[in-house]
Design a protein around this ligand. Structure first.
Ligand code: 13P
Ligand code: SF4
Length: 349
């Protein structure tokens, strides 16, 4: 009897209700019955489900592991299961495939892209490298496999500073694609020979400094957690610098770092500048704290394409499978492997 034969009844009837549209698959509610079925199908397929901190609450709650990009990459590299289902965006699932080429890696909707990963192509990076032939290339994990294949070391927001600090001082560094994370790394390392690409994430760039300043001034006792991809990270440091917000209450953190900071915080209120899916894990980690989004419209449409319907379809149809050609995967694996060896991921492991 095959896995599909055992998917009788409820799962197939429910799957028949799924419809497809520009925002992804819909038609299935993420309720308890759905969650029980997802867990049953994961067992039947011998699969593990990894979910990023920006996923819908129902997806996070049914997952085996929830975490930031670095934590999930490490878990994917070590998972004993033969099948990894990645509830996140495409570059994350691709990174899991690069680390475990022998495994089946599925993403519930392969159209879940990333505006930041789209901000540099392999050809553009190749051209940039030709201007600085001796430079070390550091790429954010939010890049395609082809860009990773041209990279010396990948990083995530939780280890970008450590990755750059690990490079000998006299070597020039090309950092791509996120300009705001690059500016954060430059500030933290004080490095002059760091060249930064001009890419950005449309969600984080949209959390602007004016909004942040207004919120910070009207909540003077709150702490402020800011993701380094945010355009407003500089404003947050400026507010602290000019004394209008105490410096020790401003924290520039990866999504996993925010969870660790939440567990340690004594604050009653925290203003959060990142994608709003993050609020779910923060509220679970520290239920006594009042977490408020700096911009409650900061929702990533790509992350939200991983719907309850998409996850059910993924398990029933064993789709969408992620493929990376072997030559690209072998080259990319070196830079991703270096990434997972450096620094501590925050929350999620
Ligand atoms: P981290 O989980 O590494 O903080 O990354 C956030 C992100 O932007 C993923 O899209
Ligand atoms: Fe990409 Fe931004 Fe969405 Fe993260 S939040 S997946 S960086 S578009």
């Amino acid at each position: 009897m095959t896995v599909l034969d055992r998917m009788d009844g409820w799962a197939t009837r429910l799957a028949a209700q799924i419809s497809d549209g520009p925002d992804g698959y819909s038609g299935v509610a993420g309720d308890q019955q759905w969650a029980d079925e997802i867990r049953r199908l994961l067992d039947l397929r011998g699969a593990t489900l990894l979910a990023h901190n920006y996923q819908l609450p129902a997806i996070q709650d049914v997952a085996d592991h929830v975490g930031d990009s670095l934590a999930l990459s490490r878990i994917a590299a070590e998972a004993p299961e033969d099948t990894i289902i990645f509830a996140g965006v495409h570059f994350m699932a691709e990174t899991a495939k690069i680390l475990s080429p022998e495994k089946t890696v599925l993403i519930p909707d392969q159209r879940a892209g990333c505006s930041l990963a789209d901000s540099i192509t392999a050809d553009e990076l190749r051209e940039w490298k030709s201007e600085f032939p001796d430079a070390v290339v550091v790429s954010y994990v939010n890049t395609t496999a082809a860009v990773k294949a041209l990279t010396d070391i990948c990083c995530t927001s939780s280890n970008a500073v450590e990755v750059v600090a690990s490079i000998p001082e006299d070597r020039e560094v090309l950092f791509c694609p996120d300009q705001f994370l690059g500016a954060h790394v430059k500030r933290e390392t004080g490095r002059k020979n760091l060249h930064i690409c001009a890419g950005e994430c449309h969600v984080h760039a949209g959390i602007n400094g004016d909004e942040l300043a207004a919120q910070a001034r009207s909540h003077p006792d709150a702490e402020l957690f800011v993701h380094p991809e945010c355009g407003c990270a500089t404003s947050a440091l400026y507010l602290a610098g000019e004394g209008s917000f105490p410096e020790d209450r401003v924290k520039i953190l990866s999504t996993g770092g925010m969870l660790d900071a939440a567990r340690e915080s004594n604050a009653r209120q925290v203003l959060v500048a990142t994608e709003i899916g993050m609020l779910h894990q923060l509220r679970r980690a520290a239920p006594e704290i009042d977490f408020q989004a700096v911009n409650d419209r900061a929702s990533c449409k790509y992350m939200k394409m991983i719907t309850p319907a998409a996850l059910l379809r993924c398990l029933v149809e064993e789709a969408d499978e992620v493929h990376v050609d072997l030559e690209t995967a072998a080259l990319a694996q070196r830079s991703v492997q270096r990434m997972i060896e450096i620094g501590q991921p925050g929350g999620g492991e």
